[in-house]
Design a protein around this ligand. Structure first.
Ligand SMILES: Nc1nc2c(ncn2[C@@H]2O[C@H](COP(=O)(O)OP(=O)(O)O)[C@@H](O)[C@H]2O)c(=O)[nH]1
Ligand SMILES: [Mg+2]
Length: 359
């Protein structure tokens, strides 16, 4: 594959080049790191939004509504679905014929399901790289859908600029059932299926959990009685002059952001506008407070480490003779004559020796 042509194609915003580059990256085929390297200078304009939550919560449905909302506002948007279990139905996007025509021909929308199976070096790393390609291509918003169960999915969601956690009344045990760490990563909480019983109670539970219903701070209460809840206003100033941050509760959004709880009915499109408003405001707050720079710096550090890990792993298992050494030593390990640690150490030492001898 002509990787120079791919890079040029991305820069000229050719959709065929985009699709091919994403496949190249997903499959880790020859030259993919070179392409990503070339594109790096163009990465960093997009607002990345991670949307996570249990399967069946309505994430894909909500995302379709978000896409429609963004497009109405003239903003381009790409979606990366790392959740293979619930494909996009085209419900909102393809809801009526007029819209179907306008969106299917709309170069301002791109939806892609990740091929998570073969990802070299892990799904989180590959997802980040696919987002980089979409970012370099020029999409202004990149939405990443993951199912919020495993660590790697959480890591994906948390590495976005803004993270949305979608909850639903029927997940049963309420917020107590949520694993530690899930609440902490969210910048915005969505209680979807607001048409179902128990939605208001869940909103309240989440708010209690967030500790925002203390004292006289009942300002969110009125919002519960209507599905098109007005999003709560974050403090005016992201960087209070001379004062301490206005934020209480250690939210992930950084100074000046208190994670709001929004009730939605994704299937009806109720709350999509509010969610987009909240996301825009979160991004602005991050930008103003310097939090965005910190997130991106951390993301790039994590990514660089992951690329190093991947390269080392390749060096041992693919290019080096690590696999042969493992096979040769495995009997001894199985029969207790050698520990896995000794064998692993030997494999690493061999590699170091080979490097020292100039291979
Ligand atoms: N009652 C109700 N059902 C919804 C709502 N949003 C989505 N659904 C339905 O929930 C099911 C799962 O939706 P989906 O978007 O695939 O969930 P995901 O697994 O989180 O992506 C689908 O049958 C949707 O039609 C909602 O607001 N209310
Ligand atoms: Mg889904």
């Amino acid at each position: 594959m002509d990787t120079d042509a791919l890079v040029a194609g991305i820069k000229q915003r050719k959709i065929a080049a985009l699709a091919r580059t994403i496949s190249l990256v997903e499959n880790g085929r020859d030259g993919y790191e070179g392409v990503l390297s070339e594109l790096h200078a163009s990465v960093g304009q997009a607002h990345r939004i991670g949307i996570t939550g249990p399967g069946g919560a309505g994430k894909s449905t909500l995302i379709e509504r978000l896409v429609t909302t963004y497009r109405k506002r003239g903003v381009t948007v790409a979606v990366v679905a790392v959740d293979p279990t619930s494909p996009f139905t085209g419900g909102a996007l393809l809801g009526d014929r007029i819209r179907m025509e306008s969106v299917s021909l709309d170069p301002g929308v791109y939806i892609r399901s990740m091929a998570t199976r073969g990802a070299v070096g892990g799904v989180a790393t590959t997802t980040r790289e696919v987002c980089d390609v979409l970012d370099a291509f020029g999409f202004e918003r990149i939405i990443i859908e993951t199912v919020g169960v495993g660590q790697s999915e959480l890591a994906i969601a948390a590495s976005a600029d803004s993270t949305v956690l979608v909850l639903v009344p029927e997940s049963g045990d309420g917020v107590q059932a949520l694993k530690a760490g899930v609440m902490e990563i969210a910048d915005v909480f969505v209680v979807n299926k607001g048409d179902r019983p128990g939605a208001d109670r869940l909103v309240q539970e989440v708010e209690v959990m967030l500790g925002i219903r203390r004292g006289n701070a009942y300002r969110h209460v009125a919002a519960h009685h209507h599905p098109t809840a007005q999003p709560p206003q974050p403090p005016e100033s992201a960087v209070p002059d001379g004062g301490s941050p206005t934020l209480e509760g250690g939210a992930s959004g950084g100074p000046g952001w208190e994670p709001p709880v929004l009730k939605t009915v994704a299937r009806e499109g109720v709350g999509a506008e509010d969610l987009v408003d909240l996301l825009e405001r979160h991004f602005e707050t991050l930008f103003q407070s310097g939090g965005l720079e910190a997130i991106r710096r951390e993301r790039l550090a994590r990514h660089t480490r992951a690329v190093v890990d991947r390269a080392l792993s390749m060096l041992v298992w693919e290019e080096g003779d690590g696999e042969a050494r493992l096979e040769a030593g495995l009997d001894a390990v199985v029969h207790g004559r050698m520990s896995p640690y000794k064998l692993a150490h030997d494999i690493v030492s061999d590699l170091q020796q080979a490097r020292r001898n100039g291979e």
